[in-house]
Design a protein around this ligand. Structure first.
Ligand SMILES: Cc1cc2nc3c(=O)[nH]c(=O)nc-3n(C[C@H](O)[C@H](O)[C@H](O)COP(=O)(O)OP(=O)(O)OC[C@H]3O[C@@H](n4cnc5c(N)ncnc54)[C@H](O)[C@@H]3O)c2cc1C
Length: 360
């Protein structure tokens, strides 16, 4: 008989479970229902009082490791906490978010539990056997993995499951004691991109001159293409203005920032560059394949090696001055054939305007 454990942790604020954790709760709940198996939710957090209320409606066993030491991600304390929860729950299947916090400890936890682990899982099902689905080779091959050995740990990619929303209810939790090893890492604080300080609803407790870039949890992916730094109809280049418009949009929208390869390659070729972009922003065949509900490509041609990175973007829109660009040839849901400088200027001014009181 299988027994399912969902391991979760708090978000940056510590006031609620992270989005990835809530997706893992959905996956664990569905798997337990399919198998008729026992469900346990494990939490690693500073204070579980508010966090435990959301999954309370599941009527699952609730195991908690909490305290100041778990407010921050740290290998030694997180691995010890997850191990203690696993030893108490004795699960056969462990589902957890593939967050940076859990991705770095979960292989060690699986090893300590003499189990196996699969990473980057996008779907879990239980027909005859429990199966995990994942992509290999830069999203070219989809594999369905199954294993006999237990416990089997499955790290779920974010954006692959619905966020669990249960009725908030009072809940009884079981507090698990953990024997912590010597903690050699002291977490002094976070340094987060400046954008987060000005994005409504996102708190920050540090500062950095760098600009916000990749935000996997953002609703929207904004992609900048090489057109931003090319000669415009007036025969001139307007790189500074381009930077201002892009950063202005990120500030008001909280979008994640992606780039085409051509734009980030330009620096090494001595062409004008947008200083806040690096190859880490590159989306495409040789870049990343992010998951966002919506995407907006600007000044980008929409060639196949770039668009292949848009595979998991729900709704694709593009602004290009070229009516024959790749986006217009069936790669986008909506193409605005327009000057992106003008469109983004107007869009920013609309988004910056305060919402009239009667529409709130
Ligand atoms: C093996 C291989 C791997 C690759 N991997 C990747 C990858 O991972 N990611 C990637 O992005 N590319 C990749 N490429 C490169 C890819 O083929 C394209 O060359 C690249 O995506 C083009 O970038 P771009 O669209 O920004 O630039 P361009 O092709 O120069 O397009 C710029 C566009 O901006 C438009 N424009 C200019 N001014 C304006 C304006 N004011 N308003 C609106 N539109 C305007 C132009 O009309 C043009 O369509 C790869 C290529 C190869 C061969």
């Amino acid at each position: 008989m299988e027994s399912i454990l969902v391991l979760t942790h708090g978000d940056e604020t510590g006031a609620q479970l992270s989005k990835g954790s809530l997706e893992a709760v959905t996956a664990g709940r569905d798997l337990a229902a399919q198998l008729g198996a026992k469900l346990t939710i494990g939490m690693v957090c500073e204070d579980s009082k508010a966090l435990a209320q959301c999954p309370a409606s599941l009527e699952a066993r609730m195991l908690v490791v909490s305290g100041n030491v778990y407010a921050q991600a740290r290998f030694a304390s997180d691995a010890a906490a997850c191990e203690a929860i696993c030893r108490t729950a004795e699960p056969t299947i462990v589902v957890a978010p593939h967050s940076s916090r859990f991705a770095r400890v979960m292989a060690a936890v699986a090893h300590r539990m003499h189990g196996c682990i699969e990473t980057h899982i996008i779907a879990v099902s239980a027909a005859n056997k429990i199966e995990g689905t994942r992509w290999f080779y830069r999203q070219r091959m989809e594999a369905v993995v199954t294993r006999e050995s237990r416990p089997w740990f499955l790290l779920l990619d974010s954006g692959t499951h619905a966020v669990f929303t249960g009725e908030i209810a009072p809940v009884e939790v079981e507090q698990i004691g953990v024997e912590l090893p010597l903690l050699r890492t002291q977490v002094l604080g976070n340094r987060v991109p400046e954008q987060r300080q000005t994005t409504p609803g996102i708190s920050a407790n540090g500062s950095s001159p760098a600009y916000g870039t990749i935000r996997p949890d953002a609703e929207l992916l904004f992609v900048a293409g090489a057109g931003w730094t090319k000669k415009q109809p007036d025969g001139k280049i307007h790189t500074a203005k381009a930077g201002e418009l892009i950063q202005g949009f990120l500030r008001v929208s909280g979008a994640s920032l992606g780039s085409s390869k051509s734009l980030v390659d330009q620096g090494s070729e001595g062409s004008p560059v947008l200083p806040f972009l690096t190859h880490l922003n590159q989306v495409g065949q040789t870049g990343s394949t992010p998951r966002h509900a919506k995407g907006l490509a600007t000044c980008c041609h929409g060639e196949e090696p770039h668009v292949v990175g848009w595979r998991f973007i729900g709704e694709r829109r593009a602004i290009s001055i070229d009516p024959n660009c790749g986006w217009a040839r069936g790669k986008a849901d909506v193409v605005y054939v327009a000057d992106a400088f003008q469109v983004m200027e107007r869009l920013n001014s609309l988004l910056e305007k305060p919402v009239p009181a009667e529409t709130c």
